[in-house]
Design a binder for this molecule. Structure first.
Ligand SMILES: Nc1ncnc2c1ncn2[C@@H]1O[C@H](COP(=O)(O)OP(=O)(O)OP(=O)(O)O)[C@@H](O)[C@H]1O
Ligand SMILES: [Mg+2]
Length: 207
């Protein structure tokens, strides 16, 4: 299955989520290949951190044309708005697009714009699932923005909202800086539980 993790908005957590999903799949014994199509190279950099730290290697490719050689694996693709050609090509190839959305109005606007781009890029011969979830949700229940963002996402007909949020937590930030998965850094933590719930929902019966 080919999953593209995308949104137009920078900093919504695409690379963090992809990196952790890739390692979660490996932790489940699944085969994974990742593509870093974002010129910023976050995924390539974090994979290098793992090499330096002598942790299990995460394979990262940068040429989308290589995708055909890896269709037997779980494919995860990181894209960025600064390379729209590759973003559109990845969407064409994808079975599903996972859209992390931070709780804010600009992020919702960017998500709606992004959905227009998806519509333009979509491969008519293939069915494409569009999944969104709230990332960087506030940990305080009194703050309503995360609920409001999820409600707004629920009102968009073309997407399915996954009701498992990731909160804004230091541990998620540390996964990128240390090159370790949330289960490697903080097993049994709230962050790990949140992430495992999201990942399980995403891959239930699909690996
Ligand atoms: N749930 C979270 N809790 C705390 N920090 C987070 C969370 N998700 C992402 N971050 C942090 O926010 C920053 C941006 O995340 P990330 O690089 O994954 O976003 P991105 O969408 O890939 O950004 P870009 O568009 O620049 O590629 C990083 O420092 C990351 O560690
Ligand atoms: Mg990124």
């Amino acid at each position: 299955m080919i999953t593209v993790i995308a949104n137009l908005k920078g900093g919504s957590g695409k690379s963090t989520v992809l990196f952790n999903l890739a390692l979660w799949l490996k932790e489940q014994g699944e085969s994974v290949i990742t593509f870093d199509l974002d010129p910023q190279g976050t995924l390539s950099d974090v994979a290098d951190v793992r090499k330096d730290e002598e942790l299990e290697v995460l394979d990262v490719l940068t040429d989308i044309n290589e995708i055909a050689n890896h269709l037997d694996k779980n494919v995860l693709i990181d894209v960025g708005a600064s390379n729209m050609n590759d973003m559109k090509a990845a969407i064409k190839a994808a079975d599903r697009v996972l859209i992390p959305v931070s709780p804010s109005q600009p992020d919702l606007w960017a998500t709606q714009r992004f959905l227009k781009i998806v519509k333009e890029s979509v491969n008519e011969d293939k069915s494409l699932e569009l999944l969104a979830f709230v990332n960087r949700a506030d940990t305080h229940r009194m703050v309503r923005e995360s609920d409001e963002t999820e409600e707004a996402l629920n009102s968009i007909k073309s997407i399915e909202v996954i009701p498992h949020r990731l909160c804004q937590r230091t541990m998620f930030r540390r996964t990128l800086s240390e090159g370790m998965s949330i289960n490697e850094i903080a097993p049994n933590s709230k962050s790990a539980k949140e992430f495992n719930t999201l990942a399980t929902a995403l891959y239930a019966d699909k690996t």
